[in-house]
Write a protein that binds this ligand. Structure first.
Ligand SMILES: Cc1cc2nc3c(=O)[nH]c(=O)nc-3n(C[C@H](O)[C@H](O)[C@H](O)COP(=O)(O)O)c2cc1C
Length: 340
């Protein structure tokens, strides 16, 4: 394959595998690992446009990146006030964003309770005003990430909004095909993604339940999407992007070895320590658990890591856990790890 796999507006994207925004998780270290593994595009955690427009320190920090690695880079904003969204978009561009995404899909009670995220599906005219203000404020493409609807017969559907979004200059739409009222339950209904892709003159990106390279390729080839977004499936498995790329190029898809798993987890730990300093050991309690999933003795590791406040000790415990698994494997024990 030569040349970019897709364009969003005038932004060329090398391959159609995108790391989804995951609030609290897809910080710069996580995105860096996904990018290094080959993700075509990475998206920041959702950042409050209001906080960003007032240059809130914590929100500015959420936009941290290194453009020599993370290009193109998409910043996702949530908000409902067009002027704030416009200012925030400008600040995000100053901070390196190549694309800005509007969050119109978050179902969290706190977020929709204040009229943000997927609550916007109930306010089409507000959406129009927001998108118009953002498109006018910056030169980079504006995209929207949403769900099919808030609930049956509540507000607008993504199909109702599509012509308006296209008219206002939105460059692509990501659809997570579960209604807001469904949260994350049941299966993502990709037939809705396919229907939207069929109707849409702009690229549609599908997001939901993709956890293997085979599935990613299947969605890409059979659902009319320009790209596939992967979220939870990449937690503790950034090499999934390497596997997706291999499958897409028709090359052999190789599982992550235990050594790759350990090296990547340690790198994640060190990058997180660089990024957030003393908070890293607390965040790593969750992050390192991802990497030890299905390892022999992982539950003991989990119990210990949850009490640990020292990064180096956490890394030693992790290394021990992997070594113990290797020993068990050599003795003919658990080999489930090779399936990831
Ligand atoms: C913990 C968590 C945090 C999320 N945060 C965001 C977010 O900040 N912005 C957003 O648009 N979607 C967010 N999502 C939705 C994901 O981007 C994605 O659309 C959804 O999880 C389905 O894809 P997956 O099955 O690959 O995870 C989040 C999902 C989870 C589970």
């Amino acid at each position: 394959m030569t040349g970019p796999a897709l364009h969003i507006g005038d932004v060329a994207i090398d391959n159609p595998f995108i790391l989804a925004p995951l609030a609290g998780l897809t910080n710069w270290p996580f995105r860096r690992l996904a990018k290094e593994a080959g993700a075509g595009l990475t998206v920041s955690e959702m950042a409050s446009a209001t906080a960003l427009s007032f240059k809130g320190k914590a929100t500015l920090k959420m936009l941290d990146t290194d453009k020599s690695v993370e290009t193109p880079y998409c910043v996702q904003l949530f908000g409902k006030e067009p002027e704030r969204m416009a200012i925030a978009a400008q600040i995000a561009v100053e901070r390196g964003a190549d694309l800005i995404d509007l969050n119109m899909g978050c179902p969290a009670r706190k977020v929709i309770g204040s009229g943000h995220g997927s609550a916007l599906l109930k306010e089409p005219e507000t959406v129009r005003a927001i998108v118009r203000a953002m498109v006018k404020a910056v030169k980079v493409p504006i995209t929207v990430k949403t769900r099919p609807a808030f609930a049956p017969n509540v507000g607008a559907t993504v199909f109702d909004l599509l012509p308006m979004l296209v008219d206002e200059g939105v460059a692509a739409i990501t659809l997570h095909p579960r209604m807001t009222c469904e949260g994350f339950s049941g299966e993502a209904d990709w037939s809705v993604v396919a229907r939207l892709a069929e109707k849409s003159p702009i690229p549609i990106i599908g997001s939901g339940d993709v956890t293997t390279a085979d599935e990613a390729l299947h969605r890409l080839r059979n659902y009319g999407v320009a790209a596939v977004m992967i979220g939870r499936g990449a937690k503790g498995r950034p090499w999934l992007f390497r596997q997706c790329l291999a499958a897409w190029r028709g090359e052999e898809v190789t599982p992550a070895t235990l050594d790759e798993r350990l090296e990547t987890a340690i790198r994640h730990a060190r990058l997180l320590a660089e990024a957030v300093g003393g908070k890293a050991p607390y965040m790593l309690r969750t992050v390192l658990m991802w990497y030890t999933k299905s390892l022999h003795g992982a539950s003991e590791f989990r119990a210990r890591i949850c009490r640990e406040e020292n990064l180096e000790t956490q890394i030693s415990l992790l290394t021990e856990c992997v070594e113990r698994h290797k020993a068990a494997e050599a003795a003919g024990g658990n080999t489930a790890v090779h399936s990831i």
